[in-house]
Design a protein. Structure first.
Length: 196
């Protein structure tokens, strides 16, 4: 936790750093945490929604409907074949737990991990794996998806619109702030015309 009055806005990872994180976690046998990172990023879910998932939710099909706790809105999320294979791989590596079991629960308490516990693990991974961000938390993974959407669409207005629609933001400016689009990047559009 940050000191009172100190802003600690989470930062997205670059795609290459995200994939490296997954590889490090897998290499170290931390499959549950690799799975957390895969779900939070590829589904673009908040930690409160990830913590509610059961194995049955993950393995049920290629479409998943999420009633978001924070907004109360229903989101439709597509799970692509590559991601689905990762879910199945981790399910096998984790001993094929009962389908009705929560994916992210503490064996000690039998309840879902707390958000604080999840974020503490992620901060530890940031240090251990030398991730090049200062503020890394569960929300960083959701932002990583937003940043990738924006970059995959040429850092365009259309890309921002897709980020906006994906996360149900109230306006494009919210999406810009969310993924860290710098004002000077937006101002560069005025440099389009150059005269000799």
């Amino acid at each position: 936790m940050a000191a009172k009055g100190v802003s600690t806005t989470s930062e997205p990872l670059e795609s290459s750093d995200y994939y490296a994180l997954i590889e490090h976690l897998e290499r170290d046998g931390k499959y549950r945490w690799a799975l957390f990172c895969v779900i939070a990023c590829t589904m673009g879910l908040r930690v409160s929604d990830v913590k509610r998932l059961t194995w049955e939710d993950l393995l049920a099909g290629n479409l998943h409907f999420v009633d978001e706790i924070k907004t109360g809105k229903n989101r439709r999320v597509k799970i692509n074949d590559s991601v689905r294979r990762k879910y199945l791989e981790y399910y096998d590596r984790m001993g094929r737990p009962p389908l009705e079991q929560l994916v992210f629960f503490s064996k000690r308490t039998g309840r879902a991990y707390t958000t604080q516990n999840i974020n503490q693990h992620l901060r530890n991974f940031r240090q251990k794996y030398l991730l090049p961000v200062t503020h890394f938390s569960s929300h960083s993974l959701r932002k990583t998806l937003g940043k990738k959407i924006y970059e995959d669409h040429g850092r365009s207005e259309f890309g921002l619109m897709l980020v906006n629609k994906t996360f149900n933001h109230r306006d494009i400016q919210t999406s810009e702030r969310y993924i860290g689009v710098a004002t000077n990047t937006l101002e560069s559009v005025y440099d389009s015309f150059q005269f000799k």
